[in-house]
Design a protein around this ligand. Structure first.
Ligand SMILES: Nc1ncnc2c1ncn2[C@@H]1O[C@H](COP(=O)(O)OP(=O)(O)OP(=O)(O)O)[C@@H](O)[C@H]1O
Ligand SMILES: [Mg+2]
Length: 304
């Protein structure tokens, strides 16, 4: 008999509030068998997706006419100028927000709804839980037995280099350590769709490189779908199967670039490959236009 666990979206807002409660409210908790969740990733189909916000200054199109297919198991990285709608799109993928136009479908290969986990930028831990309990949070709400939960969280604490800090509280450790815990908590539930919004942005470079390697290793082993937002072109090329370059606001797909490096991938091999430089230049040239357009737009906004 296959035990069925209920796994919610494990996500937290920038203010540290409990995203999973919002997720529950939006009724995006789903039923999963743990065995299936190990072998399948989710597929994303966005067709003409738009998200319009009504602001005191009038309607604002954060995302407009965004069309993108992400096959199950792909590592997709999104880059784009600040304010172009990357986080807005990610929140819609997580089911925490909905498009105001177009169609967005996130499904597992068998058509059933996926479990997802989100790592947002910024502070995102429960301050009243130890690091170990933060990592095990998704497992606990998924009904995983205490012994199994403990084994999982200990393994992740070791992977993240935090074994000695399992009993510490978030305010007792560094920002880099807190972000590692946020990543560990998302990985713990082995999601079909792992959504990451600049998860390594606040980390020092060494920690960032180590976690990139660790994320690749875990992803290559599990075959989950990952949608990862970053401002770092280097990080995008190191991690991605495909890089989506978004336009300045309103955000849409400016280009989709295949990253040709083989899997399993060693981050040092990627960075020392001559093709790395060519890819970097190509992406930067695309981005530079969009960053300029975004800056121009923001300056006009300020002077209006
Ligand atoms: N709830 C909201 N209400 C009104 N406007 C919003 C809301 N959420 C986002 N926006 C606006 O939508 C646009 C896109 O925001 P979003 O956070 O998605 O950008 P981003 O690409 O993630 O930027 P960054 O790289 O700086 O994180 C911005 O102009 C933002 O002000
Ligand atoms: Mg953002």
């Amino acid at each position: 008999m296959i035990a069925t666990h209920r796994l919610g979206t494990v996500s937290l807002m920038d203010d540290g509030s409990q995203g999973s409660r919002s997720a529950a409210k939006l009724n995006i908790e789903m039923t999963l068998t743990p065995q299936e969740s190990v072998t399948t990733g989710a597929r994303v189909e966005a067709r003409g997706v738009g998200r319009r916000f009504l602001t005191p200054r009038g309607p604002l199109d954060a995302v407009r006419e965004l069309t993108l297919s992400i096959p199950a198991g792909e590592f997709c990285v999104i880059v784009g100028p600040s304010g172009c709608g990357k986080s807005t799109f990610l929140r819609m993928l997580a089911g925490l927000d909905a498009p105001t136009s177009g169609n967005l479908a996130v499904t597992r290969p068998d058509g059933s709804p996926p479990a997802n986990a989100v790592v947002f930028q910024g502070r995102s831990l429960f301050p009243w839980l130890t690091l170990e309990d933060n990592i095990g949070y998704g497992l606990r709400i998924g009904g995983v037995a205490p012994a199994e939960r403990r084994a999982q969280t200990e393994r992740l604490l070791a992977v993240l280099g935090l074994t000695r800090f399992g009993a510490s509280y978030p305010h007792q450790v560094s920002e880099g350590m807190r972000q590692r815990v946020a990543i560990g908590r998302a990985l713990a539930v082995e999601p079909d769709l792992l959504l990451m919004d600049e998860p390594f942005g606040a980390l020092d470079e060494q920690t960032r490189y180590l976690l990139q390697e660790e994320l690749l290793r875990i992803w290559e082993r599990t075959g989950k779908t990952v949608v990862f937002i970053t401002h770092s072109i280097d990080e995008a090329i190191t991690l991605a199967d495909r890089i989506v370059v978004m336009s300045a606001q309103p955000g849409t797909v400016r280009a989709v670039i295949d990253v040709p490096f083989a899997r399993p991938r060693r981050t040092t091999d990627v960075r020392s490959n001559p093709q790395f430089g060519q890819l970097f230049t190509r992406i930067w040239e695309l981005l530079r236009d969009e960053v300029d357009r975004a800056r121009h737009g923001q300056e006009q906004d300020v002077t209006r």
